[in-house]
Design a protein around this ligand. Sequence first.
Ligand code: C2E
Ligand code: MG
Ligand code: MG
Ligand code: MG
Length: 280
Amino acid sequence: SAAKESGGGIARFDDSLRAEQTERARIAAGLRQAISDGSLFMHYQPVVDTASGRITGVEALMRWRQDGELIPPGEFIPVAEQTGLIGTIGARALRLACAQAAVWHRDHGLYLTVNVSTHQLRDPGFADSVLRILADTGLPAAALVLEITESVLIDASDTNVLGILRAYGIRIAIDDFGTGYSSLAYLHTLPVDILKIDQSFIRRHQDPPRPQDVSLTRAILELARSQDLLAVAEGVETAAQANLLRELDCPLVQGYHFGRPSAPEVIDVLLREAAVRTAA
Ligand code: C2E
Ligand code: MG
Ligand code: MG
Ligand code: MG
């Protein structure tokens, strides 16, 4: 009967909810251990200057190896946020990345860009902890970018801490721009410096590109320019997309076409190769 079926549906729903909770608890327990045992670490993806073709920065992306398997951040960051573990993990990640980037900044002038969760921003000790990490690692504030998502910008108290960080010279980027809720009308009032165009806008560019896709990207780039924001195109996977973005004068690009997120040793090799090319 219908009643029986819906009852069965609820039971199945309960089961799947319980399975989900168990999975979340399992990930949380693993994460607690990972904080101390070094299985959480950072990979770095090149950000390339379109005009020179050179690596100008790196985005730090968290990685977790558990039992030999690499777990993607999309699976464990949400759990870390729900359990509050993101505070500890995020601070650790930032310290690791700043220490690494201090060397790349000194030797190659690179900047570092790091993702920050809303939960981290709302910790009243956040600004102090960032400044302490910069002081300890020797990375200049001007070489650090913090990436936040558009939803953060709706809350006035969140934008306050961004103002404090910017006063020290740290730059703020809106990540995944175009997927959230930020209104174009108040973009100029937001405490941000960099606009990262979401991959979904870049991925749609075919070869040859369709005029409507090109005008959409051009419009976002013009918007960024008019607001004095530095634009970064994310998710550039093909040479055709890279060429198009250069033609459109997109200042910075990032994506598999230029380099995947990689271990620091791999970035070192890329930087050394670029230095040799310049010297030749
Ligand atoms: P995100 O900040 O937007 O990072 C870009 C994501 O796109 C990364 O996925 C990167 O590996 C991937 N990507 C880069 N280039 C390409 C490309 O050409 N094609 C495709 N298909 N993908 C590309 P990843 O590393 O899996 O990270 C996913 C998300 O997890 C990040 O998105 C970020 O929101 C979050 N995340 C990563 N590390 C951290 C962290 O340390 N802290 C926090 N709070 N969040 C992090
Ligand atoms: Mg990002
Ligand atoms: Mg992000
Ligand atoms: Mg993004």
